[in-house]
Design a protein around this ligand. Structure first.
Ligand code: PMP
Length: 436
């Protein structure tokens, strides 16, 4: 009998081993990790260089409390992270995961407002649908009704604007007017809330689990940056899923040449080798906070040397193996092949994404964009079919978490053409079985 409890009652097979893009259960069955866990294991499993760096760190020290010591591992990782992120983002703060990082970004923004005499600013506008984490602070800025509603009385919910979903609204995502249309919603929300009370705007550059890899329409990102500048609002970019090369650039925001004030990293940052997250912020945000007495926030494991050593080795491997370029190249190929599946399978209503953050959405009807009936639980059923056939994919619901089933296909950035063949073959068979 197990004493663990997670989400449901169904027990999963026990993981025995993982190497590269493959994982094996105790019974010897092999799975292709087509979702990199939850878009985490970007450099594949059991990378020897990372394991060796972790072994070396373990011999030195596994823990040094941040109020007692700096560690070489955290200094090195901070320096490497600053090199990789846009010019001007020079200050790094480490945590142990995505939700912690999102909360840290919001609290840094708030402390910056206090340190600069703008105490009245506290609202963090975010978008719906969105996912920013499961702790109460991160949930307050998450737009995913089924996850947030039960906890509504326990948190102070923040204002939300619709995330751009041009394909559902019948708009052309390549038309700059579409980008303006959605960015105007931020402008309107700021006017409604009163600019003097708005602290920050939080968004993912490419929507992850909540929207199923939706890419923003032309012009949107630049307009968002301009609006934040005009109203002196801090732009926080949640790159937990998109960061560390997943979309074919180090940050998702890099595709649009937009520099956020605070970047939130986790998942692919240490690629599953250790629990690690970070916020990377500009001097302009951090310095006033330090001058006013320091960042009053922190977790026991912040800057953990073992996690930082893993993160540093992961960034080195991303460069050494050319994984960002590979994500762009393989992402284009996989995207084209998912488009091919859509031609053969009527049930796929949309294919989208950037780099190796890709998804397809099931629809009952492509023209009206009607979703499958929610009772059908298509996303769960499809995942089970693919899992049976040895392919792991990730699934969620796009429309308020209630319907709009989508499947994320996000293998490690190390995938080759042979792996893509295998992924497409299993998806094709699974779609046949699913619609039979
Ligand atoms: N932000 C985004 C965009 C995410 O995708 C996630 C996790 N899916 C989080 C935050 C929360 O990260 P964690 O689960 O590590 O707390």
């Amino acid at each position: 009998m197990s004493h663990l409890f997670y989400q449901g009652r169904t027990r999963k097979p026990v993981l025995a081993q993982a190497r590269g893009v493959y994982m094996w259960d105790e019974g010897g069955k092999r799975y292709l990790d087509g979702s990199s866990g939850a878009m985490v294991c970007n450099i594949g499993h059991s990378n020897e260089a990372v394991l060796e760096a972790m072994r070396r760190q373990m011999e030195k020290s596994t823990f040094g409390y941040r109020l007692h010591f700096e560690t070489e591992a955290s200094e090195r990782l901070a320096a490497r992270t600053v090199e990789k992120t846009p010019v001007g983002l020079n200050k790094v703060f480490f945590v142990s995961g995505g939700s912690e990082a999102v909360e840290s970004a919001m609290k840094l923004a708030r402390q910056h407002a206090i340190a600069t005499g703008r105490e009245q600013r506290w609202k963090v506008i975010s978008r719906s649908p969105s996912y920013h984490g499961c702790t109460l602070g991160a949930l307050a800025v998450t737009g995913y009704a089924t996850l947030t509603q039960p906890f509504a009385p326990m948190m102070r919910e923040m204002p939300k604007i619709p995330a751009p979903r041009a394909y559902l609204d019948g708009l052309d995502p390549t038309d700059p007017a579409t980008g303006d249309h959605y960015a105007d919603m931020l402008e309107d929300c700021i006017a409604r809330e009163g600019a003097a009370s708005v602290l920050a705007f939080l968004m993912e550059p490419v929507g992850g689990a909540s929207t199923g890899a939706l890419v923003p329409p032309t012009g949107y990102m630049k307009r968002i940056r301009q609006i934040c500048d005009r109203h002196d609002i801090i732009l926080i970019m949640d790159e937990v899923m998109t960061g560390a090369g997943r979309t074919g650039a180090f940050l998702g925001a890099d595709h649009w040449g937009v520099t956020p004030d605070i970047v939130v990293l986790s998942k692919g940052f240490a690629a599953g080798y250790a629990p690690l997250g970070a916020i990377v912020a500009s001097d302009a945000i951090v310095d006033p906070v330090l001058d006013a007495g320091g960042f009053a926030h922190g977790f026991t494991y912040a800057g953990n040397p073992l996690a930082c050593a893993a993160g540093h080795a992961v960034l080195e491997e991303i460069d050494r193996l050319g994984l960002i370029k590979n994500a762009a190249r393989m992402g284009d190929r996989l995207r084209a092949r998912l488009d091919g599946l859509m031609e053969r399978h009527e049930i796929i209503g949309d294919v989208r994404g950037k780099g190796l953050l890709l998804a397809f959405e099931f629809m009952a009807d492509r023209v009206s964009k009607r979703p499958l009936p929610k009772e059908y639980d298509a996303y769960l059923r499809f995942v089970e079919i693919a899992y049976e056939k040895g392919l792991i994919v990730y699934a969620r619901r796009t429309r308020d978490g209630v319907e709009g089933d989508h499947i994320l296909v996000c293998p490690p950035l190390t995938v080759t053409n042979t792996h893509l063949d295998e992924i497409i073959e299993v998806l094709d068979q699974s779609l046949q079985q699913f619609t039979a």
